[in-house]
Design a protein around this ligand. Structure first.
Ligand code: WQD
Length: 338
């Protein structure tokens, strides 16, 4: 009997890629999603791709009754928790929603898991908890200093998880700090489908390549980096999804809660991304230099050695793979899932 895994936020960009990877690795995902920032279309496509039915429950991770229904209906081995809000800018304007959903939702989920004695947990966290002063390559023991309510809410959830594991050694928890997930599964059937104008670089570049936006806005070319533009640790979303399967296997022999940085270990600049994307899409991409964006730092990238050593995981896909797969998704789905 394949292990059933509760996947919250499984209709989202990263969640859908984890959902597909779970099925490909012989697990049976049960998806909970409130569809506030997604639709069920990716699940339908994954069902077509795999021939597997995916139990889906529309609902909010803070809804006790829905959680009790799920844990009573399905024999779940573990939970992978991605459901949450993730916009840095939005969190500054609406902090209550972020603390309620990201921190409160994680606590509500843990309460339900406690009631139903399911105590294997993988938490989707973010490198944003390191804040604006982190020195790269960033290790898991680097100081945390979130610079937004979004980052604070992710770190607060991490702290709660560590306390839960400390109080009850039956809990085994992997806290995964994502750097910059980009790209899409090579099949071109699932990918990033941002609502409105994308805030993040890769989906915006994709839309310029598809002619949906006039030109790329490069926020700052006066950073202390080789070409003056911001550098980030971009990670193929399929490498990220695979890391969750490695973390599931790690949980079986784990004790307590542990943090892992998930990145490639090297940074790429905005201009390097543009050049790589031009090769992927086959044409030049117009851009303009604009002033720096508030809250941005020059450069950061992960030190992924702990995940390699303990999760037996490393990123394998190159920046060329990321741009090729991002373009494949964009060109096959010019209007996303609509
Ligand atoms: C990357 C680089 C920009 C857009 C964000 C969140 C973080 C995490 C990942 C959730 C930077 C530059 C961007 C554009 C640009 N999300 N840029 N023009 O800011 O590193 O991280 O997404 O966990 O919490 O903060 O990613 O893609 O927005 O920016 O020049 O139109 O591209 O200045 O150097 P970021 P990003």
């Amino acid at each position: 009997m394949a292990k059933r895994i509760l996947l919250t936020g499984g209709c989202g960009y990263i969640g859908s890629h984890i959902c597909l990877e779970l099925i490909e690795q012989g697990y049976q995902p049960v998806v909970l999603d409130n569809l506030s920032n997604s639709s069920t279309t990716p699940l339908q496509r994954i069902e077509q791709l795999t021939g597997q039915h995916i139990p889906f429950i529309e609902g909010d991770v803070r809804d006790e009754a829905i959680l009790d229904h799920i844990f009573s209906t399905y024999e779940l081995s573990a939970t992978i928790h991605l459901a949450g809000l993730k916009s840095v800018a939005e969190s500054v304007a609406a902090p209550i929603a972020y603390y309620q959903t990201n921190f409160g939702g994680t606590v509500a989920l843990c309460q339900a898991m406690q009631r139903h004695r399911v105590k294997h947990f993988i938490y989707s966290s973010s490198a944003t908890v390191y804040g604006l002063t982190a020195q790269s390559p960033i290790r898991e023991d680097a100081p945390t200093a979130p610079a937004s309510p979004y980052g604070q809410s992710k770190l607060m959830a991490e702290i709660a998880l560590r306390d839960i594991a400390h109080a009850d050694p039956q809990w085994k928890i992997a806290i995964l700090r994502y750097f910059n997930p980009v790209g899409a599964h090579a099949c071109g059937q699932i990918g990033e489908d941002p609502c409105g104008v994308p805030n993040n670089l890769m989906p915006y570049v994709s839309q310029v390549a598809a002619g949906k936006q006039p030109k790329i806005r490069i926020f700052g070319n006066d950073y202390p980096t080789p070409d003056g533009t911001g550098m980030r640790d971009y990670l193929h979303v399929c490498d990220l999804a695979h890391a969750h399967l490695c973390a599931l296997r790690w949980l079986d022999g784990a004790s307590g809660a542990k943090v892992f940085n998930l990145g490639t270990g090297r940074g790429y600049s905005v201009l390097e991304i543009i050049r790589a994307y031009e090769k992927a899409c086959g044409h030049a991409l117009p851009f303009q230099f604009l002033p720096r964006r508030d809250g941005d730092i020059a450069s950061y990238h992960a030190e992924p050695a702990l995940a390699t050593r303990e999760l037996r995981w490393s990123a394998t896909r190159t920046i060329e793979d990321m741009c090729r797969d991002a373009w494949n998704w964009q060109s096959r789905n010019p209007n996303g899932y609509t």
